[in-house]
Design a protein around this ligand. Sequence first.
Ligand code: NAP
Length: 243
Amino acid sequence: MLLDGRVAVITGGSRGLGAQIAAVFCQEGCRVVCAGRSDEPSDESTGHERMIHHKVDVRDAQSVRELMAKARDHFGRLDVLVANAAVSLPGFVETAAAAAWADTVDTNLTGTFHCVQAAIPYLADAGGGRIITLSSALATRIAPGSSAYSATKAAIEAFTRIAAVELAPRSITVNCLAPGFIDAGMGRQLSADTTVWPQYERRLAMGRMGGADEVARAAVFLAGPDSSYVNGHVLEVNGGLNW
Ligand SMILES: NC(=O)c1ccc[n+]([C@@H]2O[C@H](COP(=O)([O-])OP(=O)(O)OC[C@H]3O[C@@H](n4cnc5c(N)ncnc54)[C@H](OP(=O)(O)O)[C@@H]3O)[C@@H](O)[C@H]2O)c1
């Protein structure tokens, strides 16, 4: 088992990609604090003895500090952070609501910052660790209507590279996963919208969406022993996009 003995916090673990990453981490021997905004775990994030649920709002720095403390209080240490929680609130530049813009930035970008900052002392205490942030294929490709989401994801990639250099002396690596169109969560929701999906579907070089398990396996690589000298990297998991 590639993550035996490790402890991970996964934000946005209640559903979609986060829930799948949590499940695969548990299969690999990891103990996981799975975090979402609800008081109770979701159906997708229950059923594994190595997993506990914790309520968090990543927009709130104090709530995030409590989440990291929970990992150490319950499991005794923290080795891996997967800063996965995000929202995608479509809107064209001319008409987008300011509140939707602010919520996207607060959740995706500031939330990632809160999580990384709060995790550092615990990872350092464990003698080093792994941080995995979540970007998207849309960080580097042009999708009208996704300006807030794409801008936060591009910023997360820049943030990741800087955090990687700053934290390397403490044996903490920081890498980023950039999924393409995945048949779970936001990707599945997009694929159900017949007005926009055809323009994305024709970009799929492999002729299919990715599976959440295929993203989770890439997360295991970045959290596990095989990536010990990978740092500041953005790993695209998109099957090749014709874009
Ligand atoms: N699915 C794809 O095709 C795809 C493609 C590229 C990138 N990604 C990225 O992959 C990650 C997961 O996406 P997904 O498709 O699985 O999304 P999703 O199904 O919409 O799930 C989003 C998760 O984020 C949590 N969340 C949202 N706001 C939060 C907040 N303020 N505090 C704490 N948790 C919050 C949600 O928890 P609640 O249960 O509380 O709502 C949920 O668990 C995101 O970073 C996304 O940008 C996904």
